[in-house]
Design a protein around this ligand. Structure first.
Ligand code: NDP
Ligand code: GDR
Length: 362
């Protein structure tokens, strides 16, 4: 019976990945159920375009109020929906914020995963459900090996990464103990025009669009020498789905196999609107600034130490060989194209040509 039904339950459906994954699953003929949090303001901007259609076209998308910190609620939803696949994307996903809210982060990102797994067992679905866990390259933390693969040891460097490490291992343990189909996707950073504005890529592309439009003057950043392996979220949700189509559950890295500094992202993003950044002052210090090469009095980038992290992940570079060989997945969006798409979409939003998905919607 489970082979015939295609019913997905997605936590974190209102986030960047949740919205792309929902589009993909609906295209593939799934009925999609999503868990959303009650909020005093609208938080469904990234999926409104799909949900609105539902009333006219009968799109098979259903939303349920819930929270990864509420076990009874998770059991009730899973018992009612009886999903065949679960994608656990919900999390307090901001690394810097996890230093301010370590206990909540542990509860949501660590224990929350245990709640999901035990809810599946409480509903007697442990032999029927395939489960995807949003694991992360942050697990690698302090550089011990480059590039990082499924066999690289973990050394988490934030409360977020420590919570995600608990989640990673409880999944492995339940897979071995109960024979459940549980998969960790160890995903390196992936971005898009739907990325939250407090993550560095979208913060940069929003600022570039606003500075270009004359609304803002300067972009304030933290560690611009950090290196990340950045891909496109649309490519990565395809990888999540592919992982759950495998007969045997396993853990996979998804990455591009390329790394770039935040500094390079800034340069490329300004170049999209025709501005060349020149760096001045002592490199890698709070006194370094990025100026407009055509008018060096015009300071466009400054360093604000408030964005530094107590412990930083300096270098991420993934090795996606296993995913390529076993599930036929490859990142298909080159770095320059990702930066260009994000800047161009932000320019359209700033100039009112498109609607900001994070804005209030009735
Ligand atoms: P987002 O921050 O965009 O989305 C997070 C989602 O989780 C939102 O829907 C949010 O709801 C929801 N959420 C937060 N807290 C809870 C809670 N207590 N109960 C239920 N839902 C909750 O993240 P992304 O889409 O970028 O990432 C998806 C997942 O993948 C996350 O788990 C993240 O940690 C992980 N990840 C992301 C990577 C990336 O580069 N994007 C890389 C590797 C892993 P609301 O909208 O109400 O805030
Ligand atoms: P990250 O993403 O921590 O890798 O986690 P983020 O975009 O927040 O930071 C990337 C790097 O940029 C540096 N940085 C800044 N970061 C932010 N947010 N704001 C700034 O002003 C700034 N200046 C410099 C950071 O120090 C860091 O080195 C993301 C999240 O999506 C996680 O949920 C996910 O698990 C990992 O990616 C893989």
């Amino acid at each position: 019976m489970s082979e015939e039904r295609k019913v997905a339950l997605v936590t974190g459906i209102t986030g960047q990945d949740g919205s792309y994954l929902t589009e993909l699953l609906l295209e593939k003929g799934y009925t999609v159920h999503g868990i959303i949090r009650r909020s005093s303001s609208f938080n469904t901007g990234r999926i409104d375009h799909i949900y609105k259609d539902r009333h006219e076209t009968g799109v098979k998308l259903f939303l349920h109020y819930g929270d990864l910190c509420d076990a009874t609620n998770l059991i009730t939803i899973i018992a009612n929906v009886r999903p065949t696949e679960i994608y656990n994307l919900g999390a307090m996903s901001h690394v810097k914020v996890s230093f301010d809210m370590p206990e909540y982060t542990a509860d949501c990102d660590g224990v929350g995963v245990l709640r999901m797994l035990d809810a599946i067992r409480a509903c007697g679905l442990e032999k029927e459900v395939k489960f995807y866990q949003a694991s992360t390259s942050e697990l690698y933390g302090k550089v011990r090996e480059v590039p990082q693969s499924e066999t690289t040891p973990f050394y988490p460097r934030s409360p977020y990464a420590v919570a995600k490490q608990y989640a990673f291992w409880i999944l492995v343990n339940y897979r071995e103990a109960y024979g459940m189909h549980l998969t960790n996707g160890i995903l390196f950073n992936h971005e898009s025009p739907r990325r939250g504005r407090t993550f560095v890529t979208r913060k940069i592309t929003t600022a570039v669009a606003r500075i270009h439009a004359g609304i803002d003057k300067c972009l304030y950043l933290g560690n611009i020498d950090a290196k990340r392996d950045w891909g496109h979220a649309r490519d990565y949700v395809e990888g999540m789905w592919r992982m759950l189509q495998q007969e045997e559950a396993d853990d996979y890295v998804l990455a591009t196999g390329e790394t770039h500094t935040v500094r390079e992202f800034v340069e490329k993003a300004f170049a999209v609107v025709g501005t060349t950044i020149k760096w001045k002052g002592p490199t890698g210090t709070v006194d370094e600034v990025g100026v407009d090469a055509a008018n060096e009095d015009n300071v466009l980038v400054k360093i604000d130490p408030k964005y530094f992290r107590p412990t930083e992940v300096e270098l991420l570079l993934g090795d996606p060989t296993k995913a390529r060989n076993k599930i036929g997945w490859e990142s298909s969006t080159p770095f320059d194209q990702l930066v260009r798409e994000m800047v161009e979409e932000d320019v359209k939003m700033v100039t009112g040509k498109t609607v900001d998905p994070e804005a209030h919607r009735a």
